[in-house]
Design a protein around this ligand. Structure first.
Ligand code: TRP
Length: 455
C-alpha cells in the first residue's frame, strides 16, 4: 500500500472518504468569508436563491463532468485531456488549469496564513508567552505574511506527501467533522449575544430592490470558486475514485455540503457583524454598505472577540482555527493538481513532487506577501476569468469532442442505466448548451467589467 502510494497513483479508501475530501476542497475561505459578505452585500436572501440556482444549474453538472473525466482517464488534468482529445490543443485545457491552480494557491496561502497567524498569536498570549506573542504581533506586515504562508505550505506539503488514502483522506475525514462541530458551537454562541438577531434579519430577508445582473453574475462566480471547479481539481480527485462509485450521488453530496456550510457560515458571520455593531465597532463603509472580505474577517471580528473579554479569546481562537482548517483542506486540493501532474507525466515520486512544486509555490506566495496588492490582480485574472474559462472549455470538450454518450458510459459504472435515464438526458443537455451559455455570460461580463482596468 505504502509503495503504491509513493510510486503509483493511489485511491480513496471509501466513498465517504472521497466525499469528505472533495467537500474539504470545496469548503474554504470562499464559504466562510466570501459567501456571507456577498449575501450581506447583494440583497440577502435574494442572493442565496440565485446562488442555489447557479450551484445546481452550472456547478453540479460541471462537477459531474470533471469527476467523470478524472475517473475515466485515471490521470491528472493535462494527461486526461491528452488521452481523450485528438489534437495537440486538448492538453492545453489541463495546462491552463495547472496555471490557474498555482496562481490561486499563491495568494490563497497568504490569506490562509493570516488565519494561522491569529491563532498562534492568541495562543501564545493566552499561555503567558506575551513576549513571543508580541514578537509575532509586531512583525512587519510583509515578513509576517511570508512566514505564515510558508508555514501553511509546510502543513499542506506534509499532508500531501502522505498520499491519497493515508494523507488527504485521513486528514479530511478528521478535519471536516471538527469544522462542522466548531461552526455549530460558534453559531449557538453568537446568536445569544446582543444585536445578533438584527444580523439574522438582514441575512434572511430578501431585498428585491438589490436584484440586478451584477448580483446574478457574482452569484455564478461565487458558485464556481466555492465548488472548486474549472481548473481540474476535481478531475484529479476523480482520478482516485473506484469504478463502482456513483459519481452523480457523490457530486450531489459534495455540492450540498458546500452549500450547507456556506449557509451556516452566514449564520455566524452576519450576526457577528451586528454584534460588533452593537458593541460600537463600525461595520459600515463610507457608502453605508457592510465592510467586506479581508477587512471584515481580519479586522472587525478580532476586535469583536477582544471586546468580549476572556470568552471572546476562546471564541476567537476557535473561529480562526476553523478558518485555518477549512483553508487547509482547500490548499491540499490546489497543490494536489500539479503534484499529480508531476507524478503521472514526469515519473517523479510523490514526496519529491510535493516538496519541489510546493516549495516553488511557497516562493510565489512570499512574493505576494510583500506585494499584497497582487492579490486583487490574481483574483481578477485567475479566479474571475481563469476558472470560468476553464469550465467553459471542459463543457465544450466533453460535450462536443469526447461526447456526452461516452461520459454517460463511464458514469453508468456506478449508476446503472444512467444513459437511458431522464437524468442522463438532462445532464447532457446542460453540458452541451446550458452551462456553456451561462458560463460564457459570466466570462464576457467579467471582461466587460474589467475594461476600465485594461484601458
Ligand atoms: N473552494 C475553495 C474555497 O471556497 C477554494 C478552492 C480550493 C478552489 N480548490 C480549488 C477554487 C480549486 C477553485 C479551484 O475557498
Amino acid at each position: 500500500m505504502a509503495n503504491t502510494e509513493a510510486h503509483g497513483r493511489g485511491n480513496w479508501n471509501s466513498t465517504l472518504g472521497f466525499v469528505l475530501a472533495a467537500a474539504g476542497s470545496a469548503v474554504g475561505l470562499g464559504n466562510i468569508w466570501g459567501f456571507p459578505s456577498q449575501v450581506a452585500d447583494n440583497g440577502g436572501a435574494i442572493f442565496i436563491l440565485i446562488y442555489l440556482i447557479c450551484c445546481f444549474a452550472i456547478g453540479l453538472p460541471v462537477m459531474i463532468a470533471e469527476l467523470t473525466i478524472g475517473r475515466h482517464t485515471k490521470k491528472n488534468p493535462v494527461g486526461a485531456f491528452r488521452m481523450l482529445g485528438k489534437g495537440p490543443l486538448a492538453p492545453l485545457i489541463g495546462v491552463w488549469g495547472l496555471i490557474c491552480g498555482v496562481m490561486i494557491l499563491a495568494f490563497y496561502l497568504v490569506v490562509s496564513g493570516w488565519t494561522l497567524a491569529y491563532v498562534i498569536e492568541e495562543i501564545l498570549y493566552y499561555f503567558g508567552h506575551r513576549d513571543l506573542a508580541a514578537v509575532v504581533g509586531n512583525l512587519e506586515h510583509g515578513t509576517k505574511n511570508a512566514i505564515f504562508s510558508v508555514l501553511f505550505m509546510l502543513a499542506t506539503i506534509t499532508i500531501i506527501t502522505g498520499g491519497i488514502s493515508n494523507g488527504i483522506e485521513k486528514a479530511t475525514k478528521m478535519l471536516m467533522p471538527v469544522l462542522i462541530g466548531l461552526l455549530l458551537i460558534m453559531i449557538f454562541y453568537v446568536l445569544t449575544l446582543e444585536g445578533a438577531m438584527d444580523g439574522v434579519r438582514v441575512y434572511l430577508m430578501p431585498d428585491f430592490s438589490e436584484l440586478n445582473t451584477g448580483v446574478v453574475l457574482s452569484a455564478m462566480g461565487q458558485a464556481f470558486f466555492s465548488l472548486s471547479l474549472g481548473m481540474g481539481a476535481l478531475i484529479t480527485y476523480g482520478s482516485y475514485i473506484s469504478k463502482n462509485q456513483n459519481i452523480v450521488q457523490s457530486a450531489t453530496y459534495v455540492t450540498l455540503a458546500d452549500i450547507g456550510i456556506a449557509f451556516l457560515a452566514g449564520f455566524l458571520i452576519i450576526p457577528a457583524m451586528y454584534v460588533a455593531l452593537s458593541s460600537g465597532i463600525d461595520i459600515l463603509d463610507a457608502e453605508g454598505n457592510l465592510v467586506r472580505g479581508t477587512q471584515l474577517v481580519f479586522i472587525v471580528l478580532p476586535e469583536m472577540f477582544h471586546n468580549m473579554g476572556g470568552l471572546g479569546l476562546v471564541a476567537g481562537v476557535a473561529f480562526f482555527t476553523l478558518l485555518s482548517l477549512a483553508a487547509l483542506t482547500s490548499t491540499i486540493s490546489l497543490l494536489e493538481v500539479p503534484v499529480s501532474y508531476a507524478i503521472d507525466e514526469h515519473r517523479i515520486t510523490r514526496r519529491k513532487a510535493a516538496w519541489g512544486i510546493g516549495g516553488g509555490i511557497a516562493v510565489l506566495s512570499v512574493i505576494v506577501s510583500y506585494n499584497i496588492n497582487l492579490i486583487d490582480v490574481l483574483v481578477s485574472v485567475f479566479n474571475e476569468i481563469g476558472l470560468p474559462l476553464g469550465g467553459l472549455m471542459i463543457c465544450i470538450f466533453l460535450g462536443y469532442f469526447w461526447k456526452t454518450e461516452n461520459a454517460l458510459l463511464e458514469i453508468s459504472k456506478g449508476y446503472e442505466n444512467v444513459g437511458e435515464s431522464s437524468f442522463g438526458a438532462i445532464w447532457s443537455f446542460f453540458i452541451r448548451y446550458i452551462c456553456p451559455l451561462l458560463i460564457g455570460l459570466v466570462f464576457i461580463s467579467t471582461i466587460y467589467s474589467m475594461l476600465p482596468w485594461f484601458g
